[in-house]
Design a protein around this ligand. Sequence first.
Ligand SMILES: [Fe+2]
Length: 295
Amino acid sequence: MTADKTTQLLSDHVDMRPVAANPDEAIADRNAIVQLDPDHPGFRDLAYRQRRNQIAQIALMYQPGDPIPDAPYTSEEHQVWFAIWQALQPAQQKHACTEYLECLKQLNFLPDRIPQLSEVNERVLAISGFRLEPVAGLVQPRVFLENLADGVFLCTQYIRHHSTPLYTPEPDVVHEIVGHGVTLASPRLAELNRLFGKAVKRTISAEALERLSRIYWFTIEFGVLREDGRVKAYGTGLLSSAGELEKMHEADLRPLDLDAAARHDYDPTHFQPVLFRAESFESMYQMLREYLASW
Ligand SMILES: [Fe+2]
């Protein structure tokens, strides 16, 4: 792999989605689609790497509109989901906003089994019209964000390595499904995702795209809001991490200001030291809707 491709692997998607190199190369070498960093918890686990390749292959062969093939999760991986669920459920009940908790009930996940993307897609599609599609190929932030305009969310299917159930260096199926999948079952959050996609399509300069990506980061990924006098999360990055949910009140909570968020740099590898807090779900929805519509 060239240095360029390595850089792209690290900077892909607004929350650093790691993906395979060029899909054509990946198909040519089916045993080496997914490149893991030597520091990755699964680097030395050959069976894990083979499974990651198999799952990446599903996405490479996928044609939009086809049924999504099941990922070959092992019982050990279902245990990882169980461990995450045990930690996440109490944290979400305390810190997630009402809109999220209502959507979560509708998706009806089981505590002891990783839901397949096809099942989650079916339910989300019926509620908000959003589709979840598997992805393994190189997806630039622009491609990821522009797909939102068409009501398509590009999802990874693999789960983090079993040796670190509460840590992942990259967004996995837990972040995708528990974070994005659930929030896309909210018609209002689904609409905001579409508006982000449409705004990106109207954005030409890399500098403006960067500003828009930061707004996505500080709202859809890490947004918090006031509800009944308390601070609650509606951002997918918070909602899929028990550790960060429990610590979010320690962040510097600033009133939601989209121009300020557009200028604020972030580091995705640590808990966020600065979060933007809306006055309510309704005010976040209206503010973002107007801002994106006039972008
Ligand atoms: Fe994300």
